[in-house]
Design a protein around this ligand. Structure first.
Ligand code: HEM
Length: 451
């Protein structure tokens, strides 16, 4: 552990002892510079530092409040068991009442002012209770394993095209993120949604502008985020581009329904009425955005791990039945969705901390997925973990709708790619996206030889 972090711990422990165990235990606060680190998007491009802080918190203050002048105070929940306990009780820990993603205080106020709601879009992620069940059930059967399996052959075809294109490179080098990982899941989810191939580039750009709004290399205008009004205007402009596109898609699928998710959404009835334009757009944007960046990140995470561990590549190649284990471990290891937020609807005691009605909580999937009480040697990458209880897809009422799709997509890509490569190695400096919300490898230069 670094010297700087050790000093921070001493300060935190000192505060605990001078204030009396009971009092501080009940109002545990995250040491301020750790709070700064964990709320700064740039930190997530240096995952080791983030993990060092989260490891300390799991051991010393597993549920504690981040008090930081840029953000409204929130509880940081770091243990696997606690994330599950919160998610299991969706009636107590709700999604609709406040933002489901950590955004700065001034930005929250600007969203409220413009949208008259804590949310920039309306989608299942921001709904609770019956409304959530009604909207989720519209597409749920589409994403169940039975239906997803029917798409296997089509996915395999798409995977093969991407693998061929990669392996044909004469120099044996590529940026696995921009050459493979970004496009394959995008192509799959766009086909399911019903967006034609020629529009995929636009969808990718808009998704990156939404999730990478603070990353200077991905944002439409990263400087806009310095001012809440300009930041919201920028988000609205990106969403406006999405909506303009999807309004046309709705009109088309109402006139000519097909066997795709856009047709299900466009023709949905909510309590006997056609779904509103706003709700349909919120749904499309959620699927179009949640459906690929996350899967790309986990796919690239797997290749990063294999490129650094030649023995693991050999192990999987010798026994391809390990691929589902590789997929689970890559998703755990990368944990592309770092958190979601919940708001307490009533007072609640969590690991001895008194959560009050109205308090905001951050569920750290990143931390839960490294919990030493659940995962043996959590920082090792192991394709043969016996029961990988990774929680990267969340849990409970809001558990990821696309989890079966994401896993099958990754499995098929690795089945196509791994038997064909002889060696994989890192051939440059990889980089991570700067985001507190969805972040994964942004650049992964690799060198490979082919069997
Ligand atoms: C490795 C890939 C993925 C990861 C790590 C991931 C992660 C997550 C997480 C953490 C949640 C919130 C769960 C909760 O609150 O308990 C979520 C929700 C969701 N995900 Fe995914 N996701 C992935 C892929 C996908 C794909 C491929 C799709 C769709 C095509 C998708 C669609 C959704 C939707 C619609 C929700 C909202 C569910 C609800 O609120 O009821 N995701 N995902």
């Amino acid at each position: 552990m670094g010297e700087a972090l050790r000093r921070r711990i001493e300060v935190a422990k000192g505060t605990m002892m001078t204030s009396g165990v009971e009092e501080v235990f009940n109002h545990a606060t995250v040491p301020s510079d750790m709070g700064e680190l964990l709320t700064d998007p740039r930190s997530f491009a240096r995952p080791n530092e983030v993990h060092e802080a989260l490891t300390w918190l799991r051991a010393n203050q597993p549920v504690s409040q981040v008090v930081n002048e840029r953000y409204e105070p929130f509880w940081l929940v770091t243990k696997h068991q606690d994330v599950m306990d919160v998610e299991r009780q969706a009636n107590i820990f709700r999604n609709g009442d406040r933002s489901t993603v950590l955004i700065p205080q001034d930005m929250l106020q600007a969203v409220e002012k413009v949208m008259h709601s804590p949310h920039l879009t309306r989608s299942v992620v921001n709904m609770d209770d019956r409304e959530h069940r009604v909207y989720r059930s519209l597409t749920q059967s589409w994403f169940m394993p039975g239906n997803i399996k029917k798409l296997s052959d089509r996915m395999r075809g798409i995977a093969r095209t991407h693998v061929e294109r990669m392996l044909e490179r004469q120099d044996g080098e590529c940026d696995f993120v921009s050459d493979v990982a970004l496009h394959y899941p995008l192509h799959v989810v766009m086909e399911i949604l019903g967006v034609p191939e020629q529009d995929e580039g636009r969808m990718l750009l808009l998704t990156q502008q939404l999730f990478g709004a603070r990353d200077p290399e991905l944002a439409r205008d990263a400087s806009a985020m310095a001012s809440p009004e300009k930041g919201i205007a920028m988000f609205q402009a990106v969403l406006g581009d999405f909506y303009g596109y999807f309004n046309k898609l709705t009109a088309d699928r109402r006139a000519n329904p097909r066997d795709d998710v856009a047709s299900v959404i466009a023709n949905a009835q909510i309590d006997g009425q056609p779904i509103s334009e706003r709700d349909a757009n919120g749904y499309y944007v959620l699927i179009a955005t949640a459906g690929h960046d996350t899967t790309s990140a986990s796919t690239a995470g797997a290749i990063w791990a294999l490129a650094e561990r030649p023995e693991l590549l050999k192990q999987v190649q010798a026994d391809l039945s390990l691929i589902p284990g590789l997929v689970e471990e890559a998703i755990r290891w990368t944990t592309p969705v770092k958190h979601f937020m919940r708001t307490a609807a009533q007072d609640y005691e969590l690991r001895g901390q008194r959560i009050k009605a109205g308090d905001w909580l951050m569920l750290s999937y990143l931390s839960a997925n490294r919990d030493e009480e659940v995962f043996e040697a959590p920082f090792d990458f192991r394709v043969d973990r016996e029961r990988n209880k990774q929680i990267a897809f969340g849990y409970g009422a809001h558990v990821c709708l696309g989890q079966h799709l994401a896993k099958l997509e990754m499995q098929i890509l690795f089945e196509e790619l791994l038997p064909r490569v002889k060696t994989l190695e890192i051939a440059g400096t990889p980089a991570w996206t700067q985001s507190v919300f969805v972040s994964g490898p942004k650049r992964l230069p690799i060198r490979f030889t082919v069997n």
